[in-house]
Design a protein around this ligand. Structure first.
Ligand SMILES: [Zn+2]
Length: 613
């Protein structure tokens, strides 16, 4: 089904803009006009008008956007900045730091306008993209503002290129003013409301009495939008049920189909980037549903229920906090769980996904170096800036956070004899802290203790603040799960002996060369002194052609092999120990003969109806 949002011809826009100026919208409001005279060359032009300005008024652009914890320096894409007063007379404007400008308004006109151009050629959920077909604009990367205006209304008028029919955003549309005029109640809402424009297809659906839209933008020709919307509706219903309340009046899934990936959460919308082929491949479509599930869960967890530090954003510096394992890890846990609970994923598929997460954690040396709390704190310099050594020194708060959330959920269920779960903890946290001052890790622990009636501080400290190994046994025993191959013991040794050669090095092929791309600390390659960027030319004097691992397999059983390598143009030889490792060590499956209790616990966890005999 196509759009139900009224579409106005773009020729009305000029009149509407005039009306806005003529109305002299209360002076304190910030008004923006977005135009696209050079959209085919990736540019948007912005006019930002401010009232009640001081004599040396500073304006700034955020350096990061909530949900993506990296200083992105959005101002680096801004050029041609100029300022003028209400009469159109030019005012001096100068850069005072990387993201701030100062307007010389010493004549004390009450208002001025800053005009600038932004180069938009980074197709991601936290940056801007504009081309001949569509625009994806993120508030933090578009709108200059000033500290004095943060609580005021921000009005955005968008003048679309003639080939585009519509702009879509979660911002309130002022229909009385025109099709593409929107209002944010403050700067936070403006930043939190990405805008897409072009020729989108809108697929509306209602869940819990609330209107939602799947907005397909880009090449939607291979997508059945109505089918996708009906699947999204099931996920929405699952999350609404879990949280027990829906804190929004209207929600947009802005699905940009443009051969890219990723998602970013907002209060009343999300931006999803995907491929035109995602609808055709069951696996890719399942991943897209997982992305939908993840971003939509954030509507509660991290958008409204926030860590204390994020209760009020500082848009110009890093905001440090230790709770990303809740914001992202718990969300990652529920994105999968909701797919299993709503029938998209079988128990087997759910356990495969759980296995991947556990395997990814257990195979990273970084788990022994960085705690979950530290991983969160250092997201700005580590998680968002990975390099070839990252897996040796850091972990992902998404990944370990989701594994810890799983273990915590089962710990709560065990402690309360299945009467309570992490669902109850999240709902209780939401009641206490959402849209208020926010929570800390200590508040989460207090809630867990309150709900279980036990003191889980030792468990919590180990999982969140230490680098000790996680203990899976209790949770697995309770659910009737096991690792296919145990991590130690006779069976593990036997499986390792039959496993593939393990070098601890990863390679990539460039111009026909086999180059080392990363090395596992203390693995055979690391111990042999192999470096990242070394070219591996030969094994035991046989040239590496297509696959290094295939060639190494020919020498399985040997204690070591000799590698010929090239490093910065010089040849040398190194000895590599031949080790084997079980490949399925961290794979989770159901035990063969689960007890009645285990069956019941598994069914309760996945919300499966109990099977009658
Ligand atoms: Zn997330």
């Amino acid at each position: 089904m196509m759009s139900r949002v009224p579409i106005f011809p773009t020729c009305c826009i000029f009149a509407v803009l005039f009306v806005i100026s003529g109305l002299a919208v209360a002076a304190e409001k910030v008004k923006y006009k977005l135009i696209f005279p050079e959209h085919e060359n990736h540019y948007v032009q912005v006019e930002a008008s401010f009232g009640d300005c001081g004599p040396q008024q500073q304006v700034f652009m955020p350096v990061w956007t909530p949900g993506s914890y990296l200083i992105r320096e959005y101002a680096r894409h801004v050029d041609s900045v100029e300022a003028s007063d209400a009469k159109g007379t030019k005012l001096a404007i100068k850069k005072v730091n990387k993201n701030r400008w100062q307007v010389d308004n010493s004549e004390k006109q009450s208002s001025f306008t800053v005009r600038y151009r932004i180069y938009c050629n980074e197709l991601s959920v936290r940056t801007n993209f504009v081309d001949s077909q569509f625009a994806l604009l993120n508030g933090a990367a578009v709108f200059l503002t000033r500290n004095e205006s943060s609580e005021q209304e921000h009005v955005v008028a968008i003048e679309l290129p003639s080939q585009w029919k519509q702009a879509v955003t979660a911002l309130e549309r002022r229909v009385e003013l025109g099709a593409n005029i929107f209002v944010a109640k403050d700067f936070d809402e403006l930043v939190d409301s990405p805008i897409v424009a072009g020729n989108p297809n809108l697929h509306p659906f209602t869940v819990g009495g609330i209107e939602h839209f799947l907005v397909n933008l880009g090449d939607a020709s291979l997508w059945d939008g109505d089918k996708a919307a009906s699947d999204v509706a099931k996920i929405v219903a699952e999350h609404q049920k879990m949280w027990g309340q829906s804190p929004y009046k209207r929600y947009l899934f802005l699905n940009v189909i443009a051969e890219s990936g990723g998602g970013l959460e907002h209060d009343n919308s999300t931006v999803l980037l995907t491929s035109r082929w995602s609808f055709r491949s069951p696996d890719r479509y399942n991943s897209w549903l997982g992305l939908v599930s993840h971003e939509f869960f954030h509507t509660w967890n991290v958008r409204r229920l926030r860590p204390k530090v994020l209760a009020n954003y500082d848009y110009e510096v890093e905001n440090y906090f230790e709770e990303l394992w809740v914001a992202e890890g718990v969300t990652s846990y529920y994105d999968d769980l909701a797919l299993a609970r709503s029938g998209f994923n079988s128990t087997r598929k759910h356990l495969e996904d759980l296995s991947k997460r556990i395997r990814s954690l257990q195979n990273k040396n970084g788990r022994l170096k960085q705690s979950l709390a530290l991983s969160s704190h250092d997201a700005w310099i580590k998680f968002y800036r990975p390099d070839e050594n990252s897996s040796n020194t850091s972990i992902s708060y998404y990944n370990k956070g989701s594994v810890v959330a799983f273990l915590l959920d089962i710990e709560i269920r065990r402690a309360t004899e299945n009467k309570k779960s992490l669902d109850d903890v999240m709902r209780a946290l939401y009641e206490k802290y959402a849209l208020k001052e926010g929570y800390s890790n200590a508040d989460v622990l207090a809630e867990v203790n309150q709900i279980t009636g036990k003191d889980l501080s030792e468990w919590f400290d180990r999982a969140i603040y230490s680098t000790e190994e996680l203990d899976y046994q209790a949770a697995f025993d309770w659910l009737g799960l096991k690792f296919v191959v145990p991590s130690s013991g006779e069976e593990a040794t036997k499986a390792a002996a039959n496993g593939p050669i393990w070098t601890g090095i990863s390679t990539k092929t460039e111009d026909g060369k086999t180059l080392v791309s990363s090395i596992v600390e203390s693995g055979p390659g690391f111990d042999a002194g192999i470096n990242v960027d070394d070219e591996i030319i030969a094994v035991n004097d046989y040239r590496v052609s297509s696959s290094l691992s295939e060639l190494l397999d020919q020498f399985k059983g040997d204690k070591e092999v000799e590698l010929l390598i090239a490093r910065r143009g010089a040849l040398s030889k190194v000895k590599l120990k031949m080790e084997t490792r079980a490949s399925s060590i961290w794979r989770v499956e159901l035990v063969k003969k689960p007890t009645v209790e285990q069956k019941k616990n598994l069914a309760t966890w996945l919300h499966q109806p109990e099977k009658k005999k």
